[in-house]
Design a protein around this ligand. Structure first.
Ligand code: NAD
Ligand code: UDP
Ligand code: UDP
Length: 319
């Protein structure tokens, strides 16, 4: 089941999740054969239901913390819960998924001489003291806090990727993904964009943690996936890590106001305590991405929010 002609066999771990399902779709559209691996911890079969039966799509239930023997040409390693609510639910499993998952997928890539991309995160910068964040910033991460299972798991995965690269000459790509939103986020995912939109559409209070002055830079899913695929296609000498995200930075209060305005909701704003170690600010420096991927995001927050609101309106109308 190796490549034939120009068609590549591409594996996506976490392929039934939010980002993974969009990636599987785009890879099939690009003419590749896609093997989607997922244990359905936070992802669902519904996310890829429309791909089942496609001759170039295969779905396999598997937990990446266990070894996997398949034959593929390229690997996108996305398996890992991404919402703080989900990754803190079983923090030991979160670290295992990032660390054991990376070891197994790197072992697989080593045996196959396959190219492998890691979905890392802006969380490797922690609560950053340098702003905006460039890839050469080492970060400010609490190693023992509630977010550490995710942040340190992802940091260790990056270490493993670079050691397999140096020690075993693996072809690696490391993407540091900044907050991404769009259709197919789970309505009870817990992340800010889906929370606010669902709350606004239901007329429930919009829950702002803290005073809402903390910032995030939100990237629309289609832009993000295009960036990941560009990264996979860069020459073998480019490994990253490279930031992929949208530099448009907004306070959480600004986001709430936009969602209320675009939905025409009567929801009020309700302040709740700020979770511990919640980063105060976050914005990607895209200099490296622009230079090496010839890529930058094209969807502004307003346009992306409108599309995401349309998706959730339909979803909630069906429920
Ligand atoms: P998601 O929770 O929707 O998707 C993660 C997928 O991984 C789910 O389908 C889940 O079932 C699967 N999974 C979890 N543990 C697994 C395991 N042990 N074995 C196999 N599958 C497993 O989250 P997402 O937003 O699609 O994130 C995808 C990847 O991108 C994650 O690695 C995440 O850390 C990274 N990322 C996402 C964002 C973002 O804003 N969406 C930001 C930074 C990094
Ligand atoms: N592995 C895997 N699939 C493969 C090859 C390896 O899941 O096709 C796993 C295997 O379980 C191993 C890990 O990847 O524990 C790391 O592999 P590596 O070859 O680096 O180490 P070793 O097998 O020598 O421990
Ligand atoms: N947040 C919020 N209300 C919510 C969910 C999140 O105010 O209902 C805040 C959260 O405290 C954080 C920001 O929004 O400051 C982004 O949170 P998210 O969980 O989406 O992502 P992350 O913190 O991992 O960037």
């Amino acid at each position: 089941m190796r490549s034939y002609g120009t068609i590549k066999r591409v594996m996506v771990t976490g392929g039934a999740g939010f980002l993974g399902s969009h990636l599987c779709e785009r890879l099939i559209e690009a003419g590749h054969d896609v093997l989607c691996i997922d244990n359905f911890y936070t992802g669902t079969k519904d996310n890829v239901a429309h791909l089942l039966g496609h001759p170039h799509f295969e779905l396999m239930r598997h937990d990446v913390t266990f070894p996997l023997y398949v034959e593929v040409d390229e690997i996108y390693n996305l398996a890992c819960p991404a919402s703080p609510v989900h990754y803190q639910y079983d923090p030991v499993q979160t670290t295992k998924t990032s660390v054991h998952g990376a070891i197994n997928m790197l072992g697989l890539a080593k045996r196959l001489k396959a190219k492998i991309l890691q979905a890392s995160t802006s969380e490797v910068y922690g609560d950053p003291q340098v702003h905006p964040q460039r890839e050469d910033y080492w970060g400010h991460v609490n190693p023992i806090g509630l977010r550490s299972c995710y942040d340190e798991g992802k940091r260790c995965a990056e270490t493993l990727f670079f050691d397999y690269h140096r020690q075993h000459k693996l072809r690696i790509k490391v993407a540091r993904i900044f907050n991404t939103y769009g259709p197919r986020m789970h309505p009870s995912d817990g992340r800010v964009v889906s929370n606010f939109i669902v709350q606004a559409l239901r007329g429930e209070p919009i829950t702002i943690y803290g005073d809402g002055s903390q910032t995030r830079s939100f990237c629309y899913v289609d832009d993000l996936i295009a960036g990941l695929m560009r990264l996979m296609d860069t020459g073998d000498d480019f490994t990253g890590p490279v930031n992929i995200g949208n530099p448009g930075e907004f306070t959480i209060l600004e986001l709430a106001r936009k969602v209320v305005a675009f939905t025409g909701s009567k929801s009020e704003i309700l302040h709740k305590p700020l979770p511990s170690d919640d980063p105060l600010q976050r914005q990607p420096d895209l200099t490296l991405a622009r230079a090496h991927l010839n890529w930058e995001p094209s969807t502004a927050l307003d346009a992306g929010l409108q599309k995401t609101i349309a998706y959730f309106s339909q979803l909630l109308a069906k429920a």
